[in-house]
Design a protein around this ligand. Structure first.
Ligand code: AMP
Length: 206
Protein backbone atom coordinates (compact mmCIF):
# COMPACT_ATOMS: atom_id res chain seq x y z
CA UNK A 1 0.00 0.00 0.00
CA UNK A 2 1.56 3.25 -1.18
CA UNK A 3 -0.60 6.14 -0.12
CA UNK A 4 -0.52 9.82 0.62
CA UNK A 5 -2.58 12.14 2.79
CA UNK A 6 -3.50 15.59 1.51
CA UNK A 7 -5.44 18.23 3.38
CA UNK A 8 -5.15 21.68 4.90
CA UNK A 9 -3.14 22.20 8.10
CA UNK A 10 -5.14 20.89 11.04
CA UNK A 11 -7.25 18.55 8.90
CA UNK A 12 -6.10 15.60 11.03
CA UNK A 13 -3.52 14.09 8.63
CA UNK A 14 -0.99 13.35 11.37
CA UNK A 15 -3.57 11.96 13.80
CA UNK A 16 -5.19 9.74 11.19
CA UNK A 17 -1.91 8.55 9.67
CA UNK A 18 -0.68 7.47 13.11
CA UNK A 19 -3.92 5.52 13.67
CA UNK A 20 -3.78 3.75 10.31
CA UNK A 21 -0.12 2.79 9.87
CA UNK A 22 -0.20 0.11 12.53
CA UNK A 23 -3.09 -1.67 10.90
CA UNK A 24 -1.59 -1.35 7.43
CA UNK A 25 1.95 -2.25 8.64
CA UNK A 26 3.65 0.48 6.61
CA UNK A 27 5.91 3.34 7.78
CA UNK A 28 4.37 6.75 8.50
CA UNK A 29 6.54 9.31 6.72
CA UNK A 30 5.75 12.87 7.80
CA UNK A 31 7.92 15.58 6.24
CA UNK A 32 6.76 18.00 8.98
CA UNK A 33 8.00 15.54 11.66
CA UNK A 34 11.28 15.06 9.76
CA UNK A 35 11.84 18.83 9.59
CA UNK A 36 10.93 19.26 13.28
CA UNK A 37 13.46 16.53 14.19
CA UNK A 38 16.13 18.34 12.14
CA UNK A 39 15.29 21.65 13.87
CA UNK A 40 15.58 19.96 17.28
CA UNK A 41 18.92 18.39 16.33
CA UNK A 42 20.20 21.78 15.11
CA UNK A 43 21.42 20.40 11.76
CA UNK A 44 22.00 22.68 8.73
CA UNK A 45 18.76 21.28 7.24
CA UNK A 46 16.97 22.14 10.49
CA UNK A 47 18.24 25.72 10.43
CA UNK A 48 17.09 26.19 6.85
CA UNK A 49 13.71 24.56 7.53
CA UNK A 50 13.01 26.51 10.73
CA UNK A 51 13.07 29.89 9.01
CA UNK A 52 10.37 28.73 6.55
CA UNK A 53 8.31 26.77 9.05
CA UNK A 54 8.00 29.53 11.64
CA UNK A 55 6.48 31.82 9.01
CA UNK A 56 4.14 29.11 7.76
CA UNK A 57 5.94 28.95 4.40
CA UNK A 58 7.06 25.85 2.55
CA UNK A 59 10.62 24.55 2.71
CA UNK A 60 12.07 24.77 -0.86
CA UNK A 61 11.13 21.92 -3.18
CA UNK A 62 14.69 20.79 -3.91
CA UNK A 63 15.40 20.31 -0.19
CA UNK A 64 12.12 18.52 0.51
CA UNK A 65 12.22 16.28 -2.55
CA UNK A 66 15.77 15.14 -1.73
CA UNK A 67 14.76 14.29 1.83
CA UNK A 68 11.74 12.22 0.77
CA UNK A 69 13.57 10.39 -2.02
CA UNK A 70 16.19 9.30 0.50
CA UNK A 71 13.53 8.21 2.98
CA UNK A 72 11.43 6.15 0.56
CA UNK A 73 14.55 4.39 -0.72
CA UNK A 74 15.09 2.85 2.73
CA UNK A 75 14.38 -0.84 3.31
CA UNK A 76 11.24 -0.39 5.45
CA UNK A 77 9.46 1.59 2.71
CA UNK A 78 9.85 -0.97 -0.07
CA UNK A 79 6.52 -2.73 0.61
CA UNK A 80 4.60 0.52 1.02
CA UNK A 81 4.40 3.76 2.94
CA UNK A 82 2.06 6.47 4.11
CA UNK A 83 3.23 9.94 3.19
CA UNK A 84 1.80 12.67 5.43
CA UNK A 85 2.41 16.27 4.33
CA UNK A 86 4.17 15.38 1.08
CA UNK A 87 3.72 16.24 -1.75
CA UNK A 88 2.63 19.82 -1.14
CA UNK A 89 3.43 21.30 -4.57
CA UNK A 90 3.04 20.15 -8.16
CA UNK A 91 6.83 19.78 -8.67
CA UNK A 92 6.94 17.57 -5.54
CA UNK A 93 4.08 15.40 -6.89
CA UNK A 94 5.85 15.03 -10.24
CA UNK A 95 9.17 14.19 -8.57
CA UNK A 96 7.45 11.52 -6.45
CA UNK A 97 5.92 9.97 -9.56
CA UNK A 98 9.32 9.78 -11.19
CA UNK A 99 10.99 8.34 -8.11
CA UNK A 100 8.50 5.47 -7.68
CA UNK A 101 8.92 2.26 -9.63
CA UNK A 102 5.37 1.26 -8.70
CA UNK A 103 2.40 3.62 -8.84
CA UNK A 104 0.61 5.01 -5.78
CA UNK A 105 -2.47 3.07 -4.61
CA UNK A 106 -4.45 5.90 -3.05
CA UNK A 107 -4.51 9.59 -2.26
CA UNK A 108 -6.72 10.44 0.71
CA UNK A 109 -7.95 14.02 0.69
CA UNK A 110 -9.13 15.07 4.16
CA UNK A 111 -11.59 17.90 3.75
CA UNK A 112 -12.17 20.45 6.53
CA UNK A 113 -13.63 23.93 5.90
CA UNK A 114 -11.30 26.90 6.47
CA UNK A 115 -13.41 28.40 9.25
CA UNK A 116 -12.79 25.32 11.44
CA UNK A 117 -9.06 25.19 10.76
CA UNK A 118 -7.87 28.14 12.82
CA UNK A 119 -9.66 26.95 15.98
CA UNK A 120 -8.30 23.43 15.50
CA UNK A 121 -4.73 24.65 15.00
CA UNK A 122 -4.55 27.23 17.76
CA UNK A 123 -5.83 24.74 20.40
CA UNK A 124 -3.57 21.90 19.21
CA UNK A 125 -0.95 20.52 21.64
CA UNK A 126 1.37 17.52 21.39
CA UNK A 127 3.01 15.26 23.91
CA UNK A 128 6.76 15.11 23.20
CA UNK A 129 7.08 11.80 25.07
CA UNK A 130 4.42 9.81 23.24
CA UNK A 131 3.86 11.89 20.09
CA UNK A 132 0.13 11.99 20.86
CA UNK A 133 -1.74 14.99 19.46
CA UNK A 134 -4.47 16.63 21.56
CA UNK A 135 -6.78 19.63 21.33
CA UNK A 136 -7.49 21.65 24.46
CA UNK A 137 -11.23 21.68 23.66
CA UNK A 138 -11.98 18.91 21.12
CA UNK A 139 -9.66 16.17 22.44
CA UNK A 140 -8.61 17.27 25.94
CA UNK A 141 -5.34 15.80 27.24
CA UNK A 142 -5.27 13.84 30.53
CA UNK A 143 -4.28 16.03 33.50
CA UNK A 144 -1.03 14.11 34.11
CA UNK A 145 0.49 15.00 30.72
CA UNK A 146 -0.75 18.62 30.69
CA UNK A 147 2.49 20.04 32.10
CA UNK A 148 4.72 18.65 29.38
CA UNK A 149 2.59 19.45 26.32
CA UNK A 150 4.12 21.49 23.50
CA UNK A 151 2.50 24.08 21.26
CA UNK A 152 4.09 24.09 17.79
CA UNK A 153 5.82 27.37 16.90
CA UNK A 154 3.81 27.48 13.65
CA UNK A 155 0.47 26.80 15.36
CA UNK A 156 -0.20 30.49 15.98
CA UNK A 157 -3.13 32.23 14.34
CA UNK A 158 -0.87 34.28 12.03
CA UNK A 159 1.25 31.36 10.81
CA UNK A 160 -1.89 29.26 10.46
CA UNK A 161 -3.51 31.82 8.15
CA UNK A 162 -0.33 31.82 6.04
CA UNK A 163 -0.32 28.03 5.92
CA UNK A 164 -3.94 28.03 4.76
CA UNK A 165 -3.06 30.48 1.98
CA UNK A 166 -0.12 28.27 0.97
CA UNK A 167 -2.41 25.22 0.98
CA UNK A 168 -4.95 26.80 -1.36
CA UNK A 169 -2.34 28.43 -3.60
CA UNK A 170 0.38 25.78 -3.84
CA UNK A 171 -0.94 22.46 -2.57
CA UNK A 172 -4.53 22.35 -3.88
CA UNK A 173 -3.28 22.17 -7.52
CA UNK A 174 -2.00 18.65 -6.83
CA UNK A 175 -5.61 17.47 -6.34
CA UNK A 176 -6.53 17.63 -10.07
CA UNK A 177 -3.12 16.06 -10.84
CA UNK A 178 -4.09 12.97 -8.80
CA UNK A 179 -7.75 13.12 -9.84
CA UNK A 180 -6.55 12.70 -13.42
CA UNK A 181 -4.99 9.41 -12.31
CA UNK A 182 -8.22 8.30 -10.59
CA UNK A 183 -6.51 8.07 -7.18
CA UNK A 184 -8.29 10.65 -5.02
CA UNK A 185 -10.55 9.53 -2.19
CA UNK A 186 -12.31 12.49 -0.62
CA UNK A 187 -13.02 12.02 3.08
CA UNK A 188 -15.02 14.39 5.30
CA UNK A 189 -12.57 15.40 8.06
CA UNK A 190 -15.20 17.00 10.31
CA UNK A 191 -16.20 14.87 13.30
CA UNK A 192 -14.48 12.85 16.00
CA UNK A 193 -11.14 11.18 15.25
CA UNK A 194 -12.87 7.77 15.46
CA UNK A 195 -15.54 8.79 12.95
CA UNK A 196 -12.92 10.07 10.51
CA UNK A 197 -10.82 6.88 10.89
CA UNK A 198 -13.87 4.81 10.00
CA UNK A 199 -14.55 6.96 6.92
CA UNK A 200 -10.96 6.55 5.74
CA UNK A 201 -11.07 2.78 6.25
CA UNK A 202 -14.30 2.61 4.27
CA UNK A 203 -12.81 4.77 1.49
CA UNK A 204 -9.70 2.56 1.31
CA UNK A 205 -11.67 -0.66 1.66
CA UNK A 206 -9.37 -1.80 4.52
P1 AMP B 1 3.22 19.82 8.88
O1 AMP B 1 3.65 19.21 10.15
O2 AMP B 1 2.94 18.80 7.81
O3 AMP B 1 2.09 20.80 9.04
O4 AMP B 1 4.47 20.66 8.32
C1 AMP B 1 4.99 21.74 9.07
C2 AMP B 1 5.81 22.66 8.18
O5 AMP B 1 6.92 21.92 7.64
C3 AMP B 1 5.10 23.23 6.97
O6 AMP B 1 4.33 24.39 7.27
C4 AMP B 1 6.28 23.55 6.07
O7 AMP B 1 6.98 24.72 6.50
C5 AMP B 1 7.20 22.37 6.32
N1 AMP B 1 6.87 21.26 5.39
C6 AMP B 1 6.34 20.04 5.71
N2 AMP B 1 6.15 19.28 4.61
C7 AMP B 1 6.56 20.04 3.56
C8 AMP B 1 6.59 19.83 2.15
N3 AMP B 1 6.15 18.70 1.59
N4 AMP B 1 7.10 20.84 1.38
C9 AMP B 1 7.55 21.98 1.92
N5 AMP B 1 7.51 22.25 3.23
C10 AMP B 1 7.02 21.30 4.05
Amino acid sequence: MRMIFIGPPGAGKGTQAARLVERLAIPHISTGDMFRAAVKAGTPLGKQAKACMDKGELVPDEVTIGLVKERIAQADAQEGFMLDGFPRTLPQAEALDEALDQPLDAVVLLEVPDDLIVERIVGRRSDPETGAIYHLKFNPPPAEVMGRLKHRADDTEEACRNRLGVYHGQTAPIIPFYEGKGLVKRVDGVGSADEVTERIRAALGR
